[in-house]
Design a protein around this ligand. Structure first.
Ligand code: SF4
Length: 412
């Protein structure tokens, strides 16, 4: 991963963010558990949304001049891998509702404004119910080189409970089509702790992934979110929901099986074969800064976290169509991260990863030793068997992975 060792005080604008998140807030239908910002039935507006998105990308060089300095002075043809983007992530919503031409248009705009390095990782989240091999090939030709498939499960009753638009057959076809379309860098989401889900369902889903050489798996536990149809169904009948023990047993089953097959547990919720880690997500866990474009996207730039003011697709498009747009018309600053908080965040995010927090990285970034800043916390976590010290890094033990929230709470 490039740019992981940032010098102390580097949040003041003298470094260049090299990652971009693009939010596509459209879905065919709302899943039963979903509380993300996504709008079903608005596909007719995707074209206008993409135009607004391109306008926002264009404007960003004025709004984040510390990051845009190189954008302004380096012509596109002269951008090098030092200044160009190294990761781009299309998340949603359902980014696979975009046409390949729209993806190409957005990438062209990013290339124009920031440059895109030859080795840039370009990920697109895809819903199995919205793709076929031909569309996947076209995404690949447009520049996408990593796919993240929202499979969740390959068991029909479970998919029905989740309210997904696809069935197990479509999920399997999506994996095979991705492979045939040439996506060797492929990730599949897998959800655990779903009412009615059995260990056998989990094993058979995993088996299909392994048989078809899926090199990256993201694991999520279903969370009952207030305001969702699933919350309404289960709030008065919580016993029917999967117990924490069952959920943990499923998680351990997946983690152990994948480890036996050579996967590295490189982050609490993510496992991959060597070389298939998500570089974009590693950027988040290394507390790097990043641009974020689109309605529901949150950025982290120049020590500032912010979100988009617009709450609907209409509002977003209308804002970006205005003349003389100011930064405050588009964004709402959520917080400015103090140096103290940056250190804590660096620890907390680092502990999410399998390689942990490297002492050298901390010192390089903040100019002080990690042990002197967090002596008490480190001693307590080591004593409790939650973290261990190996080769100059502190990382979670197996027990620590299970009780990670206990460690994270020390850095909040
Ligand atoms: S596909 Fe994803 S974003 Fe869309 S409704 Fe389902 S869970 Fe939410």
């Amino acid at each position: 991963m490039e740019n992981c060792n940032r010098p102390a005080g580097a949040f003041s604008g003298e470094t260049l963010s090299k990652s971009v998140y693009i939010h596509i807030p459209f879905c065919v239908r709302k899943c039963a558990y979903c509380d993300f910002t996504s709008f079903p039935g608005c596909e007719g507006r995707i074209g206008e949304y993409v135009d607004a998105l391109c306008e926002e990308i264009q404007l960003s060089k004025n709004f984040f001049p510390g990051n845009g300095n190189l954008v302004d002075v380096v012509p596109a043809s002269e951008k090098t891998s030092d200044t160009a983007l190294s990761t781009i992530y299309f998340g949603g919503g359902t980014p696979s509702l975009l046409s390949p031409e729209m993806v190409e248009k957005i990438l062209e705009k990013l290339r124009d404004v920031f440059g895109i390095s030859d080795a840039c990782e370009i990920t697109l989240e895809a819903n199995p119910g919205t793709i076929d091999e031909e569309k996947l090939r076209a995404f690949k030709n447009a520049g996408v080189n990593r796919l993240s498939l929202g499979i969740q499960s390959l068991c029909d009753p479970v998919l029905k409970t989740l309210g997904r638009i696809h069935d197990s057959e479509a999920g399997k076809k999506a994996i095979l089509a991705s492979k045939s379309a040439g996506f060797s860098n492929l990730s599949c989401d897998m959800m655990l702790g779903i009412p009615g889900q059995t260990m056998e369902d989990v094993r058979s889903t995993l088996q299909f992934f392994l048989e078809n050489k899926v090199p990256h798996v993201s694991l999520y536990s279903l969370i009952l979110e207030e305001g969702t149809p699933m919350f309404e169904t289960y709030q008065g009948d919580i016993e029917k929901f999967v117990s924490q023990e069952q959920d943990r047993a499923m998680y351990h089953e997946v983690v152990n099986t994948l480890k036996e097959q050579g996967f590295f547990h490189y982050e609490i919720s993510n496992m991959s074969l060597p070389g298939y880690e998500s570089r974009h997500n590693l950027m988040y866990w290394r507390a790097e800064e990043y641009y974020a474009f689109g309605l529901g996207a949150h950025y982290y730039l120049q020590g500032e976290r912010g979100t988009h003011k617009a709450e609907t697709v209409d509002e977003y498009i209308a804002t970006l169509r205005k003349e003389d747009i100011r930064k405050e018309d588009i964004y709402e600053v959520e917080e400015r991260i103090s140096e103290e908080d940056q250190k804590k965040e660096f620890m907390m995010l680092g502990f999410r990863t399998g390689s942990g927090v490297k002492e050298q990285d901390f010192e390089k970034r903040f100019g002080v030793k990690m042990e002197s800043e967090f002596a008490e916390e480190i001693r307590r976590e080591q004593k409790a068997g939650l973290i261990e010290h190996i080769d100059g890094s502190y990382r979670l033990t197996d027990k620590g992975f299970d009780l990670a929230n206990q460690v994270f709470s020390d850095y909040i």
